[in-house]
Design a protein around this ligand. Structure first.
Ligand SMILES: NC(=O)c1ccc[n+]([C@@H]2O[C@H](COP(=O)([O-])OP(=O)(O)OC[C@H]3O[C@@H](n4cnc5c(N)ncnc54)[C@H](OP(=O)(O)O)[C@@H]3O)[C@@H](O)[C@H]2O)c1
Length: 295
């Protein structure tokens, strides 16, 4: 039996992954969260145990990783706040985990990154994900990076926002929603993670771009979702430069939230030169089926 550890287990991706894992007989997991309150509502099954470990506590992290063959690192943010930054949530958690996994004799770490990650990016989010990737691929054990686009599922923030947007008669979207997305069903990501975790001999360092089966503009995605909900929606436009100006001004009074960097991330193209679905041995769910799950 494969035994894996999942950090940020209370995240939306973590919940989907644990739900998938609960139905399997060949994989067990320790679900790691950083605070007691995050244990509430985690999917439960005989094959799932839990651990609470803060990233500043190397001993607790090492203890949580005892006996696992693969660690799946999900903790991470897109929206900074007064208490959480890209550096702390995306980079330092990864650094602490790589150190703990090294000490615990780790064999394989899978990191969920983002399409566009790049340590040299001027965008704080893409830069932090790129730096975290480098920590994973530079580790002394096997490191697998799976870069993902907008993830869709009933409990994913992106899925909920899409349903909310498509349910309004008239909406304004950034740049008229002209940017191209490659939305990925979160259940496909779970399948890819579990397949990668089950590998007997993972590559020393592998970086995969895993996106959904179809390219679609955000505008068309909203319209398609509205159709499935039996609604009509008129999609208008807020100029991206204007939104960034407003976000920049708001940033004078608050930390994080919808910043110009976040606007750049959510309006970036998610097209990739090569999709890793074949490399990761998964079959992608058609977009219509994924959208049906949100209805
Ligand atoms: N959702 C998407 O469409 C998407 C797209 C591309 C990549 N990803 C990546 O996939 C992963 C999971 O995403 P998600 O949407 O499922 O996340 P989510 O539901 O927003 O959950 C975020 C997780 O990160 C933890 N976290 C936040 N700040 C932290 C900090 N400073 N230190 C340690 N842990 C911290 C949270 O723990 P607490 O509850 O304790 O705060 C929670 O477990 C993330 O790495 C994300 O960047 C997601």
């Amino acid at each position: 039996m494969t035994r894996i550890a999942i950090t940020g287990a209370n995240s939306a991706v973590g919940n989907a992954l644990l739900t998938e894992l609960a139905g399997q007989t060949d994989t067990s997991a320790v679900a790691i969260v950083r605070r007691d309150g995050a244990l509430d509502g985690l999917p439960s099954a005989p094959s799932i145990t839990t651990a609470v470990a803060r990233y500043e506590d190397g001993d607790a992290l090492r203890a949580a990783l005892d006996g696992v063959s693969c660690v799946v690192h999900l903790a991470g943010i897109l929206f900074e706040s007064k208490t959480t930054t890209y550096q702390s949530a995306n980079v330092e958690t990864t650094r602490a985990l790589v150190e703990a996994a090294t000490d615990a004799g780790g064999r394989h770490l899978i990191f969920i990154s983002s399409i566009g990650a790049d340590p040299a990016s001027p965008n704080g989010y893409f830069q932090s994900k790129g730096k975290a990737e480098a920590l994973v691929t530079g580790a002394s054990f096997a490191g697998t990076v799976i870069r993902t686009p907008l993830l869709l599922g009933p409990e994913m923030a992106g899925g909920k926002a899409l349903v909310r947007t498509a349910s309004q008669g008239s909406v304004k979207t950034l740049g008229g929603g002209a940017h191209t997305l490659r939305p990925l069903d979160v259940d496909d990501l779970s399948a890819a993670i579990l397949a990668a975790a089950a590998q007997d001999e993972p590559a020393d360092a592998a970086v995969h771009d895993l996106v959904g089966p179809a390219g679609v503009t955000y505008r068309a995605l909203i319209e398609q979702m509205a159709g499935l909900l039996g609604k009509e929606v008129a999609v208008g436009s807020t100029p991206i430069w204007l939104a960034k100006l407003g976000a920049g001004a708001a940033g004078l009074f608050r930390q994080g939230g919808m910043t110009p960097d976040v606007i750049d991330v959510i309006t970036s193209s998610e097209d990739v030169p090569h999709n890793a679905d074949g490399d990761l041995a998964i079959t992608l769910t058609p977009l219509t089926v994924t959208l049906q799950k949100l209805v």
